[in-house]
Design a protein around this ligand. Sequence first.
Ligand SMILES: *[C@@H]1O[C@H](CO)[C@@H](O)[C@H](O)[C@H]1NC(C)=O
Ligand SMILES: *[C@@H]1O[C@H](CO)[C@@H](O)[C@H](O)[C@H]1NC(C)=O
Length: 416
Amino acid sequence: MQLAVASLVILVSYAHGENIAPCGGRPADVFFVLDSSGSISLQDFRKELQFTEDVAAMFDIGPSATRVGVISFSKTVRTQFDLGQYDNRRDMLSKIANVTYEGLGTNTAEALSYLHVKGMTPEQLRPGLPHIAIVLTDGQSQDSQATLRQAEIVHRTGITVFVIGIGSQVDRHELSAIASQPTESYMFMISSFDALEHIKEELAIKACEVTPAPDVKSPEEEVEKDLLSHGSCSPRHPLDIVFAIDTAGIGASNTKFVLQFVGNISDHISMDGSQTSIATIGSGCSGGTFEEESATDAVSVRKGLSSYQTPEFDHMVRNMRIKAADGRSDSAHIGIIFLSDQLSPYTFKKASLEVRRAMFQRTTVFVVGVGDRLDETQARSLVTQDGEFVKAMSFDTLRDAGTPILYKLCVFGASK
Ligand SMILES: *[C@@H]1O[C@H](CO)[C@@H](O)[C@H](O)[C@H]1NC(C)=O
Ligand SMILES: *[C@@H]1O[C@H](CO)[C@@H](O)[C@H](O)[C@H]1NC(C)=O
């Protein structure tokens, strides 16, 4: 009888996950990524939350023990809480129980991007510990290409990703690309939300077996190394870049250098898997703009670099802003303006306004200032907060600005 009571007590506490420490108290940083899309019924969403509570409850929670973060995603991402925001289990569990249902699309790409851009950055993660993401989803993401791109970046940062695919609507191929390798160890496919119940211990145990993330070099160090050894680098974040070239102000012979410069940048920045797109904007004298489709390989960029005509500077900046705002939803939008002259107060005012608009549209503006006719104060004030001002002494030494620009582009978004 006593035995029965004892095992009942164990069972009860087991069900609440109170007394289990599958990691034997070893700490980890664990992020739950919860699908809250419309294909999940509210009832199933509750099961998903219950599962998250149960698994989270198995960890030893605390500032120097395991820290947990949670986001939910549907059409967009909602931060529920960041890593370590709760240092006691009870508050954390009640916050998980409170996560609200959204019921729209399945923007898995944004959810994965959130991990490496905001939730699990090197600043937030504790070095030398396992860094784990647990992704629950019941369906196919709305933009599979973007999802795969983001998954790859997450893996590259040393985060171990468990994926739990629920139901028959999931895309196995996509989920296996999100999961860490080997897939058998990190991907769980279950038939229904009820079956979550059966995998929670296995998941918690496997999560505890994750070895600490290798000491990943900082993105800055990696990019520096790449630039030193082969003069090229891969962006740490998908980028849509628009170069705005003021051919009228610059003049034909100097424009040649600028086009060469843009060509060289596109040769030395990795455009693999459409991670990066590059467009160039000039303008015609009638105010008509010549612009081309964004190119995602160096050959097409070079092909597009031809025959620009006289623009008005502020029109050009405006066109750059519009083109940049048109970039992909999961990429950073960057406009790069070449400037070699002092602008008239009127033009400067209008250009500044366009830059401010660009900033509100989340476009980052860089300025490459060239030569000694430049008004450097003016040029610098056209740079947005995350942007960069790079100076070249003259057009024939413009190439010297290449490495600093490449560096900034490749580390862009890495530490935010
Ligand atoms: C959960 O929601 C209830 C009602 O909205 C609120 O009173 C409570 O403070 C919330 N708890 C947490 C931990 O956010
Ligand atoms: C472009 O690259 C070529 C070959 O490396 C180099 O000779 C040239 O100076 C570069 N030009 C600019 C403007 O960067």
